[in-house]
Design a protein around this ligand. Structure first.
Ligand SMILES: *[C@@H]1O[C@H](CO)[C@@H](O)[C@H](O)[C@H]1NC(C)=O
Ligand SMILES: *[C@@H]1O[C@H](CO)[C@@H](O)[C@H](O)[C@H]1NC(C)=O
Ligand SMILES: *[C@@H]1O[C@H](CO)[C@@H](O)[C@H](O)[C@H]1NC(C)=O
Ligand SMILES: *[C@@H]1O[C@H](CO)[C@@H](O)[C@H](O)[C@H]1NC(C)=O
Ligand SMILES: *[C@@H]1O[C@H](CO)[C@@H](O)[C@H](O)[C@H]1NC(C)=O
Length: 393
């Protein structure tokens, strides 16, 4: 008995001497820096001070945003930080000024640049974009607006259970990053709200997006030049324009897009489903190694698209043969309905025909009727059931 108590005593001493790793973490509550979750007090400075403290810390650090509504102007969270383990834990809602003019010409509302090991967990970001959308709809002289959350030149980033509402421009941009994990994100903006892409990725490697939902006015996920090793799984899109690689070929010389997997996706009432697009310009670039596997299309205008004559509104397009080479693209296990007669559209470059295009088990109907396809400049195969039938010229 005495021996047992001796062990327990020893154990207690050990517990007291060695704090658990969670209690070793430094927490900076934004309230301590003067933030007010009352929806009216500008808390920008408090958030920046909390970031400065976290960034200068060594070891695991947490910035905590309790419940409440925090009015915030443009927030630039800059590296390089001493800590490579910073968690921004949000239980509240961050709100942008209701008048888009207040953010003025800034390009981003929240931005992270040159950080390593940052996790953004929970919370809602309400960018109050509707007045800017209205301005743009009226066609008057409006600013572009700010991206809600932009992460640049950073590594080892996690974004978890974040709700992004009413972005002025893109909801989330990942640019020049490595190892980014996005899980359980929701992006919501009005149908037709201009350029409110859910997530835009470019010049980034090892980006994963899972369990996420995008209901926006533009692309669900857009994939720009220099994206490699991208994994997308269990994502639901709509309304909006669907998942798109491109537009590519905007610059004369561009980095390619390589090794993209898009699995188990659902599209509801989107303009496109799975799309690759490049401008009709001679600019060089490439798309290589894309797998679109497992997709359900509910009333999607055009579920499957490769468009190398991309020219929105038919404005300022030189109508040249695209210089972007598209190769090794698989469309597999895709079914559902289109709302236009053409359910599959392949319009590839006359100079660089698409090659290694494979369709397998694709079954698309035009409402309750047979759908049709269009196909030019494609070298590829169809395996298993593929409907509509594809005849290329
Ligand atoms: C990220 O790095 C690139 C290349 O060094 C640089 O051109 C760009 O300005 C950086 N982005 C930001 C937001 O600083
Ligand atoms: C995402 O899905 C995976 C697999 O179903 C699951 O293990 C994970 O917990 C999910 N994440 C969230 C945030 O729901
Ligand atoms: C991307 O992930 C792979 C496999 O996990 C890893 O080997 C590679 O180093 C990563 N690339 C970068 C740039 O971090
Ligand atoms: C392709 O990307 C995935 C992650 O999306 C990675 O696991 C895999 O190793 C990559 N393949 C190659 C050949 O780089
Ligand atoms: C997605 O995965 C789930 C579970 O594995 C499956 O039941 C569902 O049919 C899949 N959906 C699509 C569109 O592939």
């Amino acid at each position: 008995m005495a021996k047992l108590f001796g062990y327990i005593f020893l154990l207690m001493i050990l517990v007291l001497l060695y704090p658990s790793s969670s209690s070793a973490m430094t927490t900076y509550n934004v309230l301590r820096f003067g933030a007010k979750g009352n929806g009216v007090t500008d808390s920008t400075r408090a958030f920046i001070s909390a970031w400065a403290a976290a960034c200068a810390s060594t070891g695991p650090t947490r910035i905590y945003v309790p419940k409440g509504r925090y009015l915030l102007g443009s927030l630039a969270f800059k590296g390089d930080c001493k800590s490579s383990d910073i968690t921004l834990r949000i239980d509240g809602t961050l709100i942008a000024p209701a008048e888009y003019g207040v953010l003025g010409q800034v390009k981003n509302w929240l931005s992270f640049d040159r950080v390593n090991g940052v996790s953004i967990i929970g919370g809602a970001l309400d960018a109050k974009g509707s007045s800017l959308w209205a301005c743009k709809a009226a066609g008057t002289n409006c600013p572009d607006g700010a991206t809600t959350l932009r992460i640049t030149n950073s590594t080892n980033i996690k974004i978890n259970r974040l709700l992004s509402l009413n972005s002025q421009l893109y909801h989330i941009v990942i640019d020049g990053c490595q190892n980014v994990y996005v899980d359980g994100v929701k992006a919501i903006a009005a149908d037709q709200s201009p350029n409110t892409d859910g997530i835009h990725i470019e010049e980034s490697t090892n980006v994963t997006i899972v369990n996420s939902t995008m209901k926006t006015g533009d692309d669900c996920i857009s994939i720009g030049p220099g994206t490699t090793n991208l994994w997308i799984e269990r994502v639901t899109c709509g309304p909006g324009h669907g998942i798109s690689i491109g537009s590519l070929g905007q610059e004369i010389e561009e980095d390619g897009v390589q090794n993209v997997t898009v699995k188990n996706t659902t599209f509801i009432g989107t303009q496109n489903g799975l799309r690759i697009k490049s401008w009709a310009r001679t600019s060089r670039g490439f798309v290589q190694g894309v797998k679109f596997i497992g997709a359900l299309m509910y009333y999607v205008q055009t579920p499957i698209v490769i468009d190398q004559n991309y020219c929105p509104h038919n404005l300022n397009c030189p109508s040249q043969a695209s210089g972007v080479q598209i190769s090794d693209v698989i469309f597999q296990d895709i079914r559902g309905t289109s709302t236009s007669p053409i359910a599959i559209k392949f319009d590839c470059s006359t100079k660089f025909p698409c090659k290694g295009i494979k369709l397998q088990n694709v079954n698309l109907k035009y409402l309750k009727r047979e759908a049709q396809s269009l196909c030019t400049n494609v070298i590829g195969v169809a395996l298993g059931l593929v409907k509509p039938i594809i005849v290329c010229n």
